[in-house]
Design a protein around this ligand. Sequence first.
Ligand code: ZN
Length: 463
Amino acid sequence: MADIALTRATVVTMNERREILRDGSVVIEGNEIVDVGKTDDVRPRYRVDIELDCRDKLVLPGLVDCHVHLAQALLRGCADDMSLIPWLCERVWPMQGSYTAEEGKLSAQLCCLEMIKSGTTTFVESGLHSRYGFDGIAEVVESMGMRAALSKKLMDVAGYADRPDAIPASMVEEGRSTMEETLAMIKKWHGKANDRIHVWFGPRTPGACTVDFYREIAERAKEHGTGITIHLAEVRQDIEYMRKEFNMTPMQFMEYCGLVGEHVIYAHGVWLPEEDFARLRETGGTVCHCPASNLKLASGIAPVPEMLKSRVNVALGCDGGPSNNCYDMMREMKLAAIVHKGWLLDPEVLPAEAVLEMATVNGARATLWGDRLGSLEPGKLADVIVLDRRKPHLVPVRNPVSNLVYAANGGDVDTVIVDGEIVMREREVKTIDEAEVVALAQELGLKVDERLGLNIGPRWPVV
Ligand SMILES: [Zn+2]
C-alpha cells in the first residue's frame, strides 16, 4: 500500500546517473520515496491512495533556495534602482526595523506562498531579527508545510564593513541576547514539524561581529550539530575591510573565525578571490549564488563557472523582495544560466544541467538534510514538484532540462509535495488561504511606508 503515486511522467530524477525517465513513476509512502522507475514496472507493484496521472507533465525534486529573507517579501519594490548603501540605510533597514511580529509573520506567509507556487520546497532563511517574531515565523513554516533552515541573526557590533555605526538603532541587537535567543530557538524548534524545521546561526557580515563572537558562534553550531549562514564578499567594501583590518582574504578570515565546514553557507561570494577557491573546496562549505540580487544592486557577478571548475559546491538563492524582487527559483535558474555566458563571452559555461544541479542536489548538499534531499530515489524524503508542459512556451520538449531552465517560470509549477504531503495541487495551495494573504499583504505592506513617511510610488504620473 502506498500513499501517492505520480505516474506516466517525464521524471528528471537527479540521481547519481542523472537519469531522465520517459513514462516514469514516483511512489511515496509516508514522507519517503519508496520507488522510482518505468510506470509499467513500478505501478503494478502498489495499491495507492492517490494516483496523480502526470502524462504531459515533468516531475522533479523540489527546488532548494539557499538564500532567502522572509521578512523582505513585504518590502517588494521598496527600493528599486538605488545603490546598496542608501538601499539598505534609507529603506530596507528602517522599514524592517519598524516591523511588528504580526508583519514579520505576514511577510513569511507571503514569501512561503510565492515559493510554494514556484516550486521551492526547501529554503534557508538567512537571518531573522528578534522583532520579526521567530515563533510566529516557525509556525508559518510548520503550518504551510515547507521545509526550512531558519537562521537567527546574531551580531555584537552595529557596523557594516568599515562603517562603524551603519546599522540603525531599530535593527541593532546585543550579542548576548542574540546568542541566548538562538539557543532557545534551537531548543524549541530544531527538528520540529517531523524534522521539517531546523534552526541555524545567522551571524551578520564582517564589521557587525567581533572575532571572539564569530568563534563562539562556530563552537555553538558544532555543539548543536546545526548550520551557519553568513553574507560573504557580497560587495567590494567587504573584501577591502577584511584586507585592511585583518590582512586576510574572505576565506582566510572565515577560517580565522572558525566559520568553515560543510555546514556553512556563504551567501553571494561575488568578490571571492581565486586563491579562496581551494579552501572552499577543502573545507566543504557552499557558496550561494544570487544573480538577480547581485545584478540589480550592481554588486558584481560572482565567479561561478570558475568556482564550479575548482569543485566548490555552488547553490542558488533568490535573496529578497527589495533586491530581486521575487522568490521564483525558475527565473533565477535562467538568469544564472545566461549571465555568465554574456559576461565571459562564452556560451558553453554553465549549461542548463549545471544550473539545475545548483538548484537541487548542490542546494540539498548545503543543508543538513543533504543526503536525503535533492533527487528522486528510493529512501529520499518525498519533496517533489510537478510542472505542466502543455503550454505554448514549453513545447516541443527536446531536452526537458533545457525547457526547465531556459523556458519555464514558476507559474508552470502545477503540484507540490513536501515530506509526503500535497501542499499544492493544480496550483491551489492547500495549507493557507491565498487570497487572504495577498489582500492583507497589499494593505499592510503599504502601511509600513506610511508609518515611516516614505512616499514610494510610480515615477510616472498616475491619472
Ligand atoms: Zn541576503
